[in-house]
Design a protein. Structure first.
Ligand code: BES
Ligand code: MN
Ligand code: ZN
Length: 494
């Protein structure tokens, strides 16, 4: 898909479809009036007849136009004027794209950002449009054998902005292209079944990424090297699996040479059965998404490289399967982490923290200015926040505020949760330095506090994406989140 900025002053060329926003119970906007005039009053006639209410996100096509700026006009509802902003704008672009995808339309021009969108400057209006169009057009690589529906024809998408905003919009569009590419990369990986997307497959994807983008370096450590590093906690998770583990190390150097990097650590459990603490069967297939943190790190690197972002970032991905077997770690086993702390594994299903703690320790060698781990860590976080916000945990006020703000701007929101000694105390063990689980209460918080114990002296944050990284039910699949948040934070927030 090709995106381009169109200056309102010179928006004359005829396109296959002009997308025009209509508010509920309000007069036509300046942009709508302009298109209406050019189309000989086609929009105003239709609105007078009461054929379209402007409800968000309904669409209404006016086709077979002979004159004006387009072969078709697609009216899209923006909802009431009061409360209009990022959400309704994104939903409108998404709905318009879904409609376009079912037609023979090859190019479209959106007039939605020719009018001001409250809360969005031209850069974000362009960025959100690019993301929404890309998300609406995303198709997961599937293994269905029936004949596939034809691919959408849509190939060019223009975004009309006021002339003075075109440079700003170009910048936002570039960011949007990067974020969209990163999200698609994440979704492709996370949607794959676990018999395809193994730790070795993820490592290959990292190597491919480094091949495609000269600015990305990838190194892959195998079991022997992981053992030499002393990652006894990480390795305790892979014990029951016949698939070998990998430690993927990514480096992106877009900033000044020698500037301290940001470290992103992604949980890469390619399938989580729970191990000996076996999970219940219903929904267990969704544990193929337990590498979403890893996929989000890979997606973020894809985005940074596509954008050419001026930052230094390292990505650390401990990846393995969590399986039961005669060799698997058993409840009560005590393992030694790379940091030297001993851990009593009371529940083998709390494996994410066991791979991440060694990832955090490994990150120290890069002397990072900030460390963020991203993980589908707890069912408790799904109960607490559902799918809309991910959980954000950090004892560092500034870092937490910067990440939360990036999430707001990116429309990929994170809600701050506590990190505190009272919760960390619940992880005490009679036999080791700490246990890997506490009781049922505050499960998302105690999981975060476990990681906190390995982040001493670091500027550290943890994102629990168990609820936000993928959808279940009829729309089962990866959401590509939190790539938008991470990229926004790295570009504008650190
Ligand atoms: N991968 C799961 C967390 C999860 C659960 C993600 C549901 C998405 C949806 C994680 O490894 C896990 O099993 N956590 C346990 C922790 C418990 C044993 C303390 C959980 O949440 O039940
Ligand atoms: Mn688990
Ligand atoms: Zn897990």
């Amino acid at each position: 898909m090709q995106f381009h900025v169109v200056k309102a002053g010179s928006a004359r060329a005829r396109t296959a479809c002009a997308i025009v926003g209509i508010h509920e119970n309000a007069a036509m906007s300046a942009a709508a009036r302009r298109v209406d005039r050019a189309a000989g009053g086609a929009i105003s006639r239709l609105l007078r007849r009461g054929d379209f209410s402007g409800k968000n996100p309904e669409v209404f096509p006016i086709t077979a136009l002979r004159r004006g700026p387009a072969d078709r006009i697609l009216l899209v509802g923006l909802g009431p004027k009061a409360g209009y902003g990022r959400k309704a704008y994104r939903r409108a672009v998404f709905a318009a794209t879904q409609w376009l995808a079912k037609t023979g339309c090859a190019n479209a021009v959106s007039w939605l950002a020719a009018d001001p969108v409250p809360g969005l400057d031209a850069a974000y209006a362009a960025r959100h449009a690019v993301e929404s169009v890309s998300n609406a057009l995303y198709r997961t690589p599937d293994l269905k054998t029936a004949k596939k529906p034809p691919l959408p024809k849509l190939a060019r998408f223009g975004i009309v902005v006021p002339d003075a905003d075109s440079t700003t919009a170009e910048r936002g569009m570039r960011d949007g292209r990067g974020v969209a590419a990163g999200m698609a990369f994440m979704k492709d990986l996370a949607n794959l079944p676990a018999n395809v997307c193994t730790p070795r497959y993820l490592a290959e994807a990292a190597r491919d990424l480094a091949k495609t983008h000269k600015s990305v370096r990838a190194r892959v450590l195998e079991e022997g090297e992981i053992r030499k590093l002393g990652m006894g906690s990480f390795l305790s998770v892979t014990r029951g699996s016949d698939e070998p583990p990998r430690l993927i190390v990514l480096e992106y150097e877009g900033g000044e040479k020698g500037d301290a990097p940001v470290a992103l650590i992604g949980k890469g459990i390619t399938f989580d059965t729970g191990g000996i603490s076996l999970k219940q069967p219903p929904g267990m297939d969704e544990m193929k998404f337990d590498m979403s943190g890893a996929a989000s790190v890979l997606g973020t690197f894809k985005a940074l490289a596509t954008i050419g972002a001026p930052v230094n970032v390292v990505g650390i991905i401990p990846t393995c399967e969590n399986m039961p077997s005669g060799r698997a770690t058993k409840p009560g086993d005590i393992v030694t982490s790379m940091a030297g702390k001993t851990i009593e594994v009371l529940n083998t299903d709390a494996e994410g923290r066991l791979v991440l703690c060694d990832g955090i320790t490994y990150a120290r060698r890069f002397k990072p200015r900030a460390v963020v781990d991203i993980a589908t860590l707890t069912g408790a976080c799904v109960i607490a926040l559902g799918a809309h916000y991910c959980g954000l945990f950090s004892p560092d006020e500034k870092l937490a505020a910067a990440i939360a703000a990036a999430g707001d701007r990116a429309d990929d929101r994170a809600w701050r949760m506590p990190v505190a000694e009272e919760y960390a105390d619940l992880l005490k063990s009679n036999f080791a330095d700490l246990a890997n689980v506490a009781g049922r209460e505050a499960g998302a918080v105690t999981a975060a506090c476990f990681l906190w114990k390995f982040a001493d002296g670091l500027s550290w944050a943890h994102l629990d994406i168990a609820g936000s990284a993928y959808l279940t039910g009829a729309h089962k699949g990866s959401t590509g989140r939190p790539v938008p948040l991470l990229v926004d934070w790295l570009l504008h927030g650190t």
